[in-house]
Design a protein around this ligand. Structure first.
Ligand code: SAM
Length: 292
């Protein structure tokens, strides 16, 4: 039987020669999955033997991965902000840059938390990644998580149950802010923001993800523009509320203009992601030192 060390090296080589990005990391994650071992063990136990059955399970994963199916869909999970989430082709695979949204919402909430119960809306929740992390870290908050698609909401519901936050998150189906039953303090929205004609040019893995989670219309910010209009038109956000919008760095100037038109008195700032790129537009409807 081959050793763990040899199996990792061999898997790495196979993935790398097929042009799979991050081949070494993916080889390790695959081996961790079939061996049911945490990361530290695959390094500490390099001489352990890999059984015939484990090798076959690994081969099946590698075979699927060579078709450029995303590893997260093959393994059916992705870690996001320290929690494991079920993923399947009905949902976008949560991205590391979206952790900026969670961090910023938590920072703002913790700054003014003792004052009152926060009501938060995660618009376009997908796996529930943003809502679940906010619920875990803000036990006093009430959270609405919305999406336009039943199959997506089924995945979010499963993840919400898995993380024991069903009592704090209400799932709603509908277009953007329409299903919200009351004005909220915070709107957090990672909506589709890819321009339609860019999608076919992106890496093969992206083509496996639901088009409705990617396509932001011809310029990429159609949904974001519509959300801002809905927010300005109705009673979906409180007068002191904050809107957090994830965007492509290149879209920030246009989105900032849309936000200024919708909310001329708002303070608008931009937060950087982990790669130090402009990622998050923060639209604070009242003065910056007002209670959040
Ligand atoms: C980019 S994905 C983000 C998913 C998740 N929030 C995350 O960060 O991983 C966008 C999500 O918005 C949903 N969506 C698309 N159009 C929508 C609409 N008009 N109203 C509500 N949700 C929508 C998609 O189904 C998808 O789940």
């Amino acid at each position: 039987m081959p050793s763990l060390r040899n199996v990792i090296q061999e898997t790495h080589r196979t993935l790398e020669s097929a042009g799979i990005p991050d081949a070494r990391l993916e080889a390790e994650v695959m081996v961790m999955d079939v061996m049911r071992m945490p990361r530290q063990s695959i390094f500490a136990e390099q001489e352990s033997q890999v059984s015939e059955q484990q090798q076959q399970s690994l081969n099946a994963i590698v075979e699927r991965r060579l078709t450029r199916e995303p590893l997260a869909y093959i393994l059916n999970y992705r870690e996001f902000y320290g929690v494991n989430l079920l993923v399947n082709p009905d949902v976008l695979i949560p991205r590391p840059e979206t952790e900026t949204m969670v961090e910023h919402a938590l920072f703002m909430a913790l700054m003014g938390m003792e004052s009152r119960e926060l009501v938060i809306a995660d618009i376009g929740t997908g796996t529930g990644a943003i809502a679940i992390n906010l619920a875990i870290h803000l036990p006093a908050a009430r959270i609405y998580a919305t999406d336009a698609y039943d199959a997506t909401l089924d995945v979010a519901a499963y993840n919400i149950r898995m993380h024991n936050v069903t009592d704090r998150i209400t799932l709603l189906k509908g277009d953007l802010l329409e299903p919200l039953p009351e004005p909220v303090d915070v709107i957090a929205a990672n909506l589709p923001y890819l321009p339609t004609d860019r999608i076919p040019t992106l890496q093969p893995e992206v083509q496996w993800e639901p088009i409705a989670a990617l396509d932001g219309g011809p310029g990429g910010i159609d949904l974001i523009g519509r959300l801002l209009k809905q927010a300005a038109a109705g009673d979906r956000i409180k007068p002191h509320g904050v809107i957090l919008l994830e965007l492509d760095p290149e879209q920030i100037p246009e989105a900032r203009l849309l936000a200024t038109n919708a909310f001329p008195d708002a303070e608008i700032t931009v937060e950087l992601d982990l790669a130090r790129l402009d990622r998050l537009l923060v639209v604070s409807l009242s003065a910056p030192d007002a209670e959040y």
